[in-house]
Design a binder for this molecule. Structure first.
Ligand code: SAH
Length: 361
């Protein structure tokens, strides 16, 4: 049993079952034993590989999008280019290299910001960017970012924020809780119920045991970002795995060493995530007065010129290196890989266009 599992079990024995959201927060962010507090999740040696770790092309194309958005906004200076949830710092490193080539003047004038809650990952990011001579600062929340136009990107950020689950029972939709069953962690239907107006359309025909997911934590974070973009102007790009239409379904999952496992098995040692409801995030941006555009990651990257960039890199490469580049294209944009599962949300003020949004059909 992991030390965190022992602690959660004792806590539940003493005070009763906890909602899925509380279980998820404890497993991921507990100050002593949480997954993001203690572990090195990324890369071939870790538990999962993210798009910036697959290929430099991801960060290059994201940088080009943010730069185009800055131009469309009228090239405001001062401007802050921020990344939220930067992991190992790879995306920011690739973006800075690209922007230096694209426009040294932008690099000299822009302020860079890293928004990160994990002190351990903050240290890793500082080491990764130690060679950069850009003006770069770390923040624990977006609330302390400079009051200036903002270009912000987040990759695989929202999936790490906790969800609440509700399960369909004979007594209606009830909050799903983690409790004890003969000393072992197990799921139970709790007392809290759900306002029927919040249920997705397909819930009416849902069988007993069906699950719906909500994430007040994701909504609250998106709201903070959107309000900032509305107040100071700017653009946001958020990439994650998830769905475009709300619906019923249990997407709560644990990943350890590239394998799926039971979410209750190894608290603190497995990455816990759930798919992101992009329609909910887009709705938050729209209610803050911004335009929100959605696309699949594959469509976004191909429209941004992934194949052309791969061709350029391949022209200077030897055979094995060229194979690696084609494999990366397939992984990032292929419909069987990340291309369809991952979605992109672009947030801009109304009337500002940054290609490829709005997408042509
Ligand atoms: N973007 C990186 C890492 C994704 S993992 C990549 O693509 O490789 C999620 C990251 O978000 C981690 O760095 C984690 O510590 C951070 N994080 C989680 N919750 C956060 C929050 N509320 N604000 C800022 N960062 C957060």
């Amino acid at each position: 049993m992991t030390p965190l599992k022992a602690r959660i079990t004792d806590l539940i024995a003493a005070t009763g079952p906890v909602p899925v959201s509380e279980y998820m927060v404890t497993c991921l962010f507990d100050p002593q034993a949480g997954y993001y507090t203690t572990r090195e999740p990324f890369g071939a040696e870790g538990d999962f590989v993210t798009a910036p770790e697959i290929s430099q092309m991801f960060g290059e194309l994201v940088a080009v999008w943010l730069y185009q958005a800055w131009q469309a906004l009228g090239r405001p200076v001062p401007v802050t280019l921020a990344e939220i949830g930067p992991g190992r710092g790879t995306l920011m490193k690739d973006m800075q290299r690209t922007l230096s080539k694209l426009d040294p003047g932008f690099m000299a004038n822009a302020r860079f910001a890293m928004v990160e809650t994990s002190p351990r990952l903050t240290e890793i990011q500082k080491a990764a960017l130690s060679g950069s001579n850009a003006d770069i600062a770390w923040h624990e929340t977006v609330s302390t970012l400079p009051d200036a136009p903002l270009l912000i990107v987040g990759n695989e950020l929202f999936d790490a924020l906790p969800i609440r689950q509700f399960v369909n029972t004979q007594a209606g939709w009830k909050e799903r809780m983690v409790g004890l069953d003969g000393g072992e962690l197990g799921f139970f239907a709790g007392a809290a119920s759900l306002d029927a107006a919040l249920l997705p359309p397909d819930s009416a025909s849902a069988p007993q045991g069906a699950i719906v997911e909500f994430s007040p934590a994701r909504t609250a974070l998106m709201q903070l970002i959107a309000e900032r973009l509305a107040r100071h102007r700017g653009a946001g790009l958020f990439v994650d795995y998830g769905y475009l239409q709300p619906g019923i379904g249990d997407t709560f999952q644990a990943l350890r060493r590239h394998r799926h496992e039971d979410v209750l098995e190894n608290p603190g040692e497995a990455d816990l995530t759930a798919h992101v409801d992009f329609s909910a995030l887009a709705a938050v941006a729209r209610s803050a007065g911004l335009a929100a555009h959605l696309a699949t990651q594959g469509r976004f990257l191909l429209d941004m010129g992934l194949l052309e960039r791969a061709g350029q890199l391949g022209a200077d490469a030897d055979g094995p290196e060229r194979d690696k580049i084609s494999a990366a294209v397939e992984r990032l944009a292929g419909p069987q890989a990340m291309g369809d599962l991952f979605k992109v949300l672009a947030v801009l003020p109304h009337g500002i266009e940054a290609a490829p949004f709005p997408l042509a059909d």
